[in-house]
Design a protein around this ligand. Sequence first.
Ligand SMILES: *Cc1c(COP(=O)(O)O)cnc(C)c1O
Length: 724
Amino acid sequence: MTGSFRAEVPNHFNLPRRIQRLGELAYNLWWTWEKDTQRMFASIDRDLWERTYHNPVQFLRQVKRTRLNAVTHDRHFLETYDDVMEAFDNYMAADDTWFIQNHPDLINSPIAYFSTEFGLHETLPIYAGGLGVLSGDHIKEASDLGMPLVAIGFIYTHGYFSQHITEDGWQEARYVQLHFDELPVAPILDAEDKPVTISVELPGREVQARLWEIHVGRVPLYLLDTNVDGNSEADRQLTARLYSSDLDLRISQELILGVGGVRALRVMGYNPSVWHMNEGHSAFLALERAREMVAGGATFEEAIERVKKNDVFTTHTPVPAGNDEFPTWLMDKYFSTKWTELGLDREEFMDIARRQLSWGETFSMPVLALKLSDQRNGVSELHGEVAREMWNFLWPDRKTEDVPIDHITNGVHTGTWLARRMRNLFSEYLEVGWREHLDDPNVWEKIVDIPDNELWDVRRHLKRKLVAYLIERTRNQWLCEGVHPVQVVASGALLDPYALTIGFARRFATYKRANLVLRDFDRLLNLVNDPHRPVQIIFAGKAHPADEPGKLLIQDVYRKVKQAESGGRLVFVEDYDMNLARYLVQGVDVWLNTPRRPNEASGTSGQKAALNGALNFSVLDGWWREGYNGRNGWAIGADEDYDDHNRQDAEDGLSLYKILEDEIIPLYYGNRTPDGVPSDWCERVKECIRTLAPRFSMRRMVKEYVENLYIPAINNAAAKTAEE
Ligand SMILES: *Cc1c(COP(=O)(O)O)cnc(C)c1O
C-alpha cells in the first residue's frame, strides 16, 4: 500500500480506557467467525445486540455508558476481554500460517480476488445469495491461511432488498439506505483527509468512484462506491443495488468493477501476481490489464498472451441463459472509444467474445473470461463436466473431456457456520488443535467417540434455539407490523421443537423446485399431521425482484403453507439472510435440496448443514453427488440427467416421498434408548460430520485454489516474463 493513502478507522466510540480496544475489534470482521467475541459483545447488553442486528459498530455507538462502566468492573467480562484481545493479536501477528510455511517465497505476491458480491455477515447486505457467501467465505479462509490476498467488490448503498411476504404470498422488496458510518467499513483517505477516488470513462463522461475498506481478518476488501460529489445524480446511483436487469446499469457496474477495480488496486499500490475473477461480472478487468500493456508499448496480441498467464476464472453458471451477455449494439455505445486504445477495430474487438444467440449477437462475459485466462474452473465435478460441454465450441478441435476447464468443488468456512455448542463438543472429542487441521479427514475420525446422548443434547439444543427464534420473530411481527393472523401461523408460531424438522432455504429460482415436496400435497399432509410422528418443514428464500416465475413459486408455496390443513407445521420464514441461514442449517434435522439436475452448480448450504450434523436429503447434483456415500444422508432420484422435465419432476417426487416415509421418519422416531436418544439417527449424524466436514471445508477448497490455480498462474507468468 502506498504510504499516503490509508483506511481511516473512525474512532467515534467513547469507550472506557480498560476496554478501549473493543472499537478496534468492531472494525475487523474477525469477530464474525469468532463466536466468543460475539458473545462478549452480546454480554454487554443482549437486547441492544439483537436490536442492532449483531453490528458491533452500531452497538458500541448506542450502548449506555452505564453498561460499559459496569462491565469494566466485572472480573469475568474482563477476563474474556483479555483472552479475546490476546487471541486477536496472535491471529493478526501470526508468522507461522499455512501460506508462510508452504509458500514463503510468494508472501509478497498479492492475489487479487474480484466478485460482485460478498456475503460476510448479516449487517452487511452486499450479497444476494450463494455466490456472495462463497466469496465471503473464500476471503475469510484466505485470512485464516495467511494468504496475501486482496479483494475487490462494491458497497451497495441500498444493499440487497429485505423481503416481506403479503398475506397472499406475494413477495415485496424493501430497500433501506445503508449508513456507512454505522457499519464496519472505513473510508480510504489521502494525506489531506480527502476520499481517494478512481475514475472510469462511461459514454460522454468520467464517473468517479471512491473506496472503502473492510478488514476481513488479515485480508483487505476494497469496495467501490460511485455515490460521490461530482458525479451526476444518475451516476451516484450506479452502485446503489445488486444485479439490476437494466442493461445500461449492468454494463456500467461491470465496467466500474473490472476497470475501476484494477485502477483501485493500482492506486492502493498493489501489483497483483494473480487476478481471480469469481464469475464473469468482473471480466472487463482483463481488457483493462491489456489496455495498460498496450499503453506501455505492447501489441494487443502480446498483451493478451501476458494477461492470460495469471488470470484465473471461476464459472458458476451451468445454464447458458444464466450467463452475462451484452448485445453488440450496447458494446458499441460503451466501447467505441476504447477498442482503438487496444489497437483494435470494431470487428477485431467483438471477436474477442462474440457469441451468436437466438436473439442476436452478443459480447459474452464468460467467453471473455474463458479466453483471457489460462486457469479456469467449475465448482463441482459434475459442473466441471457440464461446463466443458457448454464451452466446447470455444475449443472446436478438442474432445469435450479435453476442454481446459477444471473443477474445484465448493466448501464452507467452518468458523462462520459451525454452531458454538457443536464446536465445543468437537473440542472435547477431537484432538487439541483440530481447528488448525480442518481439512484433514484423520482429525475427524474421532467423531465416532462422541457419546450419542451428548451429540443428541447439542442437536436438540440447536433445534430449540431455532424454534424459539422463529417464534420470537413471529411475535414481533404480530406486535409491530399488524400482520394477518394466518401469517402468524405461517411464520412458525405453531412449530414444535420435538418434531422431525426439515429445512428448505435458498434462492427461489424455479430450477430449485421448492414445491417438489408439495407435489402430492395430500400424501405430504398425512406425514405432517401424523400425531405420533409429526414432520414439519421450514421454507425460506428470496426471489430476484425481477424474477416473476420465482415470485410465483414463493406464492404457490406460501398458499399451501398457510392452509389450515398444514396444521402450522409447514412454515415460510421471510427475509432469508445469513443470520436466518445460521439458525436453519444448525437447527433443522434434515436439509432438503431438490434442484433440477444438473442446474445446481455446487450448492453450499447443505455443506453448512452437514457440518452441524443436519442430514442432507438431496438430488445427486452439485457437491452432494460427490459427498453422498449411502450412509451419511439420503439421495433423491438417480445419478442421471433427464431431457423431459415432467418425467424428472415426477420421478424425483416419488423418490422423495418414498424415502421420507420408509427411511427418514422411521429412523428419526424409531429405536430410541430409554432416555429418548435415537441411536441409529445419531450414527448417521456422526457419519455425516466425519465424512463431509473435512472435504467440504473452505480450507480444503482454498488450498486447492492455491495449489491448482494461483501457483500455476504465478509460475506461468514468470516463465512468460523469462521467455520475453
Ligand atoms: C449458504 C447460503 C446460500 C447458498 O445456498 P444454496 O442452497 O447452496 O444455494 C444462499 N443464501 C444464504 C443466505 C446462504 O447463507
